[in-house]
Ligand binder design. Sequence first.
Ligand SMILES: Nc1ncnc2c1ncn2[C@@H]1O[C@H](COP(=O)(O)OP(=O)(O)OP(=O)(O)O)[C@@H](O)[C@H]1O
Ligand SMILES: [Mg+2]
Length: 245
Amino acid sequence: MNIGSDRMEPLVRVEDIHTYYGKSHVLHGVSLEVGRGEVVGLLGRNGVGKSTTLKAIMGLVRPALGRVLFEGQPVTHLQADKVARLGIAYVPEDRRIFGLLTVTENLRTGLDRRGVTDARKKELLDKAHQYFPVLAERRNQAGGTLSGGEQQMLAIARAMMLEPKIILLDEPTEGLMPRMVSQIHRIIDVLRAEGVAILLVEQNVPLTLEASQRIYLMEKGVVRHHALASELRVTDPVIHQYLGV
Ligand SMILES: Nc1ncnc2c1ncn2[C@@H]1O[C@H](COP(=O)(O)OP(=O)(O)OP(=O)(O)O)[C@@H](O)[C@H]1O
Ligand SMILES: [Mg+2]
């Protein structure tokens, strides 16, 4: 492969994946790409397979057909922890905060990995505190005592501690108050400015159109439509067709 084509290689490429839960065929050939540093929105009604797509990229569900490439290399056969080590972080819908661990201990779970010096750990923790001042205030509090919005911030901050090349964000604003939604929006913009790619699954269409560069619309286990976010409006017929809003 020459350097020119290498540069064109997307960070993540999902190629025609099919997944099943038991006999239930959930993804019917999903294909999508996320470029380096790109924020891509994945929209669709409940149950169309958005979360399953993220789990398939992460190695948490195994596609029966198709493949997932990261930086041009197939990762479809890898376990989730190996995928994470390559530079893919995942913030699931239910956030998976360790309720009995303090905020700092939660963040440290992302820092205790090979090759991270103490100085680098401190830098990363400082960065989390700078981006999310509320986490600094609550650093010694148990994760389980935080509000929903604060837990979401902790989940994103913990993902950042892994210094990922991409974060898969599953409905980060679900159930949050408007003030918290704007903070999540702001942090997506900050990550993008830092060159971290994001694959954003959301129900909040205005936020997704504003925060993303490109949009995929899913319906019943396939991607039906693909557009630049700047070409779409919340009131677009295509948004109405696939999201019913
Ligand atoms: N562990 C599971 N076992 C069996 N079926 C599942 C499982 N997880 C999801 N499904 C089913 O697979 C389909 C796709 O689910 P998925 O969670 O990927 O959808 P989604 O687009 O993320 O939906 P939502 O908007 O509700 O989060 C749904 O019909 C769902 O009921
Ligand atoms: Mg989901």
